[in-house]
Design a protein around this ligand. Structure first.
Ligand SMILES: C#C[C@@H]1N[C@@H](C)[C@@H](O)[C@H]1O
Length: 438
């Protein structure tokens, strides 16, 4: 290992109560909302090919014209309670909400810039009511914050000149001021989800970012910050120059899911996922494949089976309502969670041989194992291979009252569970209780 001044603050998983709670969430919601929701991926009648929340970066969009969207931001139908109620019914345990995306528009009345809701026709704070509505339903709130800020004239993509350095120093103070302001205004927030930290200008700020992280953690003990916030003094991000993870969980799984347990290196992580291929902010037209409830449930199961959390994105409309497709998915996921959420909450990697029929999840701190079944074999027999000297003591269906199975032992600690019905409309969960028969 090499001596690092600004590398990872610790090695291995945090074991404090705040992080144990984060580890147990299983299912989360992302919310991307802001001025970009107004054009919704379209400008002067032309479709922007990128993600809707990046439309300001399109050469067709003059920055000042985009920024004047502030005077159109007036979500008269916004109701924080109804968003939180939808999330509650869906079964999410945490929500990550955009306070400021790359465009620089703040959904809270920041005193460090005029580019906020306070100067929009809406006038009122958005973040405060959302934090309150989610928190009182027992859904923890994480605040998304983009370091990159296209509105602030002191933002730089790299530091090449003295002038750049002077401007970026002002930008660093502005960033620190806004972050301390967010933590002060919204003390109920459990963490910060940083984005827009890949450009050289920020990557070069190892010392500043390290001291800011320490300052924020001191201000809010238990605060959860992911691996995307800062780089070490050699510019290494997510994992420092010694291969140790920066922050409390890995934030590299954006629109992708690890394949196997070795991909996550024993760390905590969450996967943030869009419903269409790549749209976070509201987009009028969803191009390409739109994920179904069953696809999203399988992503959720896969993430939890590999020690992670699955966070599904919602892009609310400019009037403050949620789009129908997202409401339908929330209902479908919620209906499945009503029956099966015990296989998702407090779940972890079970350490068993992966089978084609689906995913194992182990209930943290117990020997209870869940089989989340997505692919029923034509034989109707689910293969289970346990560690040697471990036997199945009981198998029952989480959804079917009194539906239990007597497994057929076909070899040492190897079983077939013969399903009693051939057709299944939805994924289902079997509970496997094991006993040590050494
Ligand atoms: C790239 C990029 C950003 N990271 C995702 C979480 C969205 O915020 C997207 O705009």
């Amino acid at each position: 290992t090499i001596a690092l001044q600004h590398g990872a603050h610790g090695v291995g998983r945090r074991r404090d109560a705040a992080m144990e709670k984060w580890r147990a969430y299983g299912l989360g919601q992302f919310v991307h909302w802001g001025l970009y929701s107004i054009p919704a991926g379209e400008w002067n009648g032309k479709q922007y090919n990128g993600a809707a929340e990046w439309i300001k970066s399109w050469k067709e969009v003059p920055a000042t014209t985009y920024d004047s969207l502030m005077y159109q931001f007036n979500p008269t139908k916004f109701n924080a309670e109804s968003w939180a109620a939808t999330a509650k019914q869906m079964g999410v345990k945490y929500v990550t909400i955009t306070t400021k995306h790359h465009d620089g528009f703040c959904l809270w009345p920041s005193k460090y810039t005029n580019f906020t809701v306070a100067n929009s026709p809406y006038k009122k704070d958005i973040i405060g009511p959302l934090v309150k509505a989610y928190d009182r339903r027992g859904i923890d709130v994480i605040l998304y914050f983009s370091i990159m800020d296209w509105h602030n004239p002191d933002w730089r993509y790299d530091i090449k000149t003295r002038e750049d350095s002077v401007a970026f120093d002002r930008f660093k103070q502005f960033t620190r001021n806004q972050l301390l302001e967010l933590l002060t205004l919204y003390p109920a927030a459990k963490g910060l989800w940083f984005d827009g930290t890949w450009d050289k200008s920020w990557v070069k700020q190892a010392a500043f970012a390290d001291s800011l992280e320490k300052e924020m953690r001191a201000m809010r003990p238990g605060l959860i910050i992911g691996s995307r916030f800062r780089a070490d003094e050699y510019g290494k991000r997510h994992f420092d120059s010694n291969g140790n993870m920066m922050g409390d969980y890995e934030q590299g799984w954006e629109r992708k899911i690890p394949e196997k347990i070795t991909d996550v290196h024993g760390n905590d992580w969450d996967c943030v996922m869009t419903v269409p291929e790549n749209q976070w902010g509201y987009s009028k037209i969803w191009k390409g494949h739109i994920k179904t409830t069953d696809e999203l449930l399988e992503m959720l199961a896969k993430c939890v089976s590999l020690d992670g959390n699955f966070v599904l994105n919602f892009g609310p409309k400019p009037d403050g309502t949620l789009r129908t497709e997202e409401l339908d998915l929330a209902k479908g996921i919620g209906a499945w969670m009503d029956t099966n959420s015990e296989a998702i909450y407090n779940g972890e990697y079970a350490g068993l041989v992966k089978q084609d029929w689906g995913y194992y999840v182990k209930k943290t701190g117990t020997n209870k194992i869940y089989m989340l079944v997505f692919n029923v074999p034509v034989s109707g027999a689910l293969n289970v291979v346990l560690p040697s000297r471990t036997a199945i003591s009981k198998v029952y269906d989480l959804g079917g009252p009194g539906l239990s199975y007597v497994p057929e032992e076909i070899g040492t600690s190897t079983y077939f569970i013969h399903l009693k019905q051939q057709t299944f409309k939805r994924p289902f969960v079997l509970v496997l209780e094991t006993a040590d028969n050494s």
